[in-house]
Design a protein around this ligand. Structure first.
Ligand SMILES: Nc1nc(=O)c2c([nH]1)NC[C@@H]1CN(c3ccc(C(=O)N[C@@H](CCC(=O)O)C(=O)O)cc3)C=[N+]21
Length: 316
């Protein structure tokens, strides 16, 4: 049944992040080919993994593989969990200097003996495709022009595809991490939403969430958001990726109790197949953008929008 969000009609459907990410990667691939043909440049992404966390290994492998699939060069650096902060800083310095490397991602979390903030601050802001460096955080907060963190960027693109202009919508962001919640709130504010950031200390979370036309949930608690937290017709973005051991196998589930809210929502992202694939596609988008900027070429800002048009046409 159709619902109204503000004055916009949405229709209770799944937001297919996996399909949208595939289209976005296709458009990125065309742009990579263009750079190669006309500027003899192959964008390069360096991914650094410290330690052997199995989930991180899967993500890093996926990032490197998808970079290759769009025609980028990927450089994987795997370091032992016991590596010193100094050695990691030396590697980052080397990647900062390397002209073949346009983007650098250091997979988080890092082992306890390494100060994450020091590592993030060592990455050249122009190559910081995660958008975690204070220069980029500040620039995104000021005017949205900095390198934007991949997950919030992916969520914003999904929302704009669903709703068009987001002006005047009440967006509630549940979670206040530096990686998702805070940058998400800044992006939504930039897009003219009225933004509420709620978190574990917020009084009466359900009542706050019920006000949301747009609800972005990034708390890491499986199924926390229930049916009575939802305004009918709201667009729901589930950033949570929780691994649940069940009947001898691992199941992925989000922070929203999907079954209970599905028919009430205007639209909702599934887990898996929602925000996750868009996160990786946006990492490639940022790497492409970093390459353009390092070459002083104008970046086609509407790339994602065009990727999802019926007859995806890419122009130089
Ligand atoms: N410096 C840094 N940058 C990151 O962007 C970063 C990070 N560290 N550390 C870990 C988190 C996690 N993350 C995910 C990306 C894609 C999926 C993804 O594609 N998920 C699939 C399922 C994949 C699966 O089966 O596990 C989906 O939701 O459909 C998930 C998680 C990026 N992270």
């Amino acid at each position: 049944m159709p619902h109204l969000v503000g004055d916009k009609r949405v229709d209770g459907k799944l937001i297919d992040g996996k399909a949208m990410a595939a289209k976005l990667r296709e458009a990125i691939g065309e742009q990579v080919a263009h750079l190669h043909t006309h500027h003899q440049v192959t964008p390069g992404l360096a991914v650094v993994l410290v330690g052997e966390d199995p989930a991180s290994q899967v993500y890093v492998r996926n990032k490197a593989r998808q970079a290759g699939e769009v025609g980028m060069q990927s450089f994987e650096h795997r370091l032992d969990a016991s590596v010193s902060e100094q050695a990691l800083l030396a590697l980052i310095d080397q990647l900062n200097q390397d002209p073949a490397v346009n983007g650098i991602l250091v997979q988080l979390p890092l082992p306890d003996h390494i100060a994450e903030t020091r590592i993030i601050q060592a990455i050249a802001p122009a190559k910081d495709v995660d958008g975690f460096h204070p220069i980029n955080v500040g620039q995104v907060a000021i005017d949205g022009q900095g390198m934007t963190p991949c997950t919030p960027l992916g969520c914003k693109l999904l929302l704009e595809h669903q709703l068009g202009d987001l002006s005047g919508q009440h967006a509630v962001v549940l979670g206040r991490s530096n990686i998702v919640g805070k940058p998400m709130a800044n992006l939504l504010l930039q897009a003219n939403c009225t933004v509420t950031v709620a978190h574990s200390r917020t009084h009466d979370l359900p009542a706050i969430c019920r006000q949301a036309d747009i609800l972005v949930v990034a708390v890491g608690r499986p199924g926390m958001v229930k049916r009575d937290w939802i305004k009918p017709g709201a667009v729901l973005i589930d950033v949570g990726i929780n691994r649940i051991e069940e009947d001898d196998r691992t199941r992925l589930t989000g922070d929203i109790d999907f079954q209970s809210v599905q028919d009430l929502a205007g639209a909702i992202t599934p887990v898996p197949g929602g925000v996750g694939p868009m996160t990786i596609a946006c990492l490639l988008l940022n790497t492409l953008q970093a390459s353009y900027q390092q070459l002083n070429l104008p970046f086609p800002d509407d790339l994602a929008e065009r990727a999802w048009q019926p007859q995806a046409a890419t122009t130089p």
